[in-house]
Design a protein around this ligand. Sequence first.
Ligand SMILES: [Zn+2]
Length: 92
Amino acid sequence: MYEDCAVCGLHYEVEVGFFWGAMYISYAFSVAIVLTVGVLLYYLANDPDMWVYLVTVAATVVVLTPLSFRYARILMLHFFSGVRYNPNAIKG
Ligand SMILES: [Zn+2]
């Protein structure tokens, strides 16, 4: 992730350690992925062996980590930074 916006120069980490909070959002994403994949396996794969659950869930979480990481930070910025998008900020 860039430290500053390439267009307007906004420093994304609005205070030291700001993105530690994104860890909790990412955790929520992981829980949602685990529950979703677990339920899908239960119903679509007819309740397979436990190792199938573990491998599938772990692989899915690992594969989706780049998305989870970025969207957790985006949501953190959106809801808790106080920064608001202003399309007119750099015109002129
Ligand atoms: Zn910007």
